[in-house]
Design a protein around this ligand. Structure first.
Ligand code: HEC
Length: 138
C-alpha cells in the first residue's frame, strides 16, 4: 500500500515538473530564426537569399512604405513607427532574442505588415529572404 502511494505521488511530482517545463517553453517561444528559415524555404521550394531579403526590406511599394519605414534601414537598431512615431525594438534576433521565437507572433506581424506595405501577404520565399537577412545582422 505504502509503495503504491509513493508511486502515485512520484508520478504527480513528475507530471508537475513536465507541465512546469512546458510553461517555461511557451514563455521562451516555440521556434527560432533557423527553424523558421527552414520552414519557409521548404514551403517555397527554394533557398533564401540574404541580399534579396535586404532589397525587399528596403524597397518602397506604391504607397511609399517599406519594411524599413518602421523598422529602420538597419534592423539591429530600434525602429520608429511611420505613423505613430512609437519606438519599435530591433528586429535583428542577435540583438533582440525575442524576435523570431514565437511562431504565432511572427505570422501575425508578417501578415499585417506585408498587407500594409504590399497590399498582399508575403510569399514564403519573401519571408525566407527576410529571415535570412535579419538573422545575421549585428
Ligand atoms: C507601419 C509600420 C510597420 C511596417 C511598414 C512594417 N512593420 Fe513589421 N512590425 C511593426 C510593429 C508595430 C510590430 C510589432 C511591435 C513589435 O514587435 O515591436 C512589427 C513586428 C514585425 C515582426 C515580428 C517579429 C517578431 O518575432 O517579434 C516581423 C517579422 C515584421 N514586423 C516584419 C516586417 C516586414 C517583413 C515588413 C515589410 C514587408 C514590415 N514588418 C513592415 C510595424 C511595421
Amino acid at each position: 500500500m505504502t509503495s503504491h502511494n509513493t508511486f502515485i505521488s512520484l508520478r504527480g511530482i513528475l507530471a508537475g515538473l513536465v507541465s512546469l517545463l512546458m510553461i517555461g517553453a511557451s514563455f521562451a517561444g516555440d521556434t527560432s530564426p533557423d527553424a523558421l528559415l527552414t520552414q519557409y524555404q521548404q514551403a517555397a521550394g527554394q533557398k533564401a537569399d540574404r541580399l534579396r531579403g535586404q532589397k525587399f526590406f528596403n524597397a518602397k511599394a506604391a504607397n511609399d512604405l517599406s519594411c524599413a519605414s518602421c523598422h529602420g534601414a538597419s534592423p539591429a537598431q530600434p525602429g520608429k513607427h511611420a505613423s505613430t512615431g512609437k519606438t519599435i525594438a530591433p528586429l535583428a534576433p542577435l540583438v533582440n532574442p525575442d524576435r523570431f521565437s514565437d511562431s504565432a507572433k511572427v505570422e501575425k506581424w508578417f501578415r499585417r505588415n506585408c498587407k500594409d506595405v504590399l497590399s498582399r501577404e508575403c510569399t514564403p520565399l519573401e519571408k525566407a529572404d527576410v529571415v535570412a537577412y535579419l538573422k545575421e545582422m549585428k
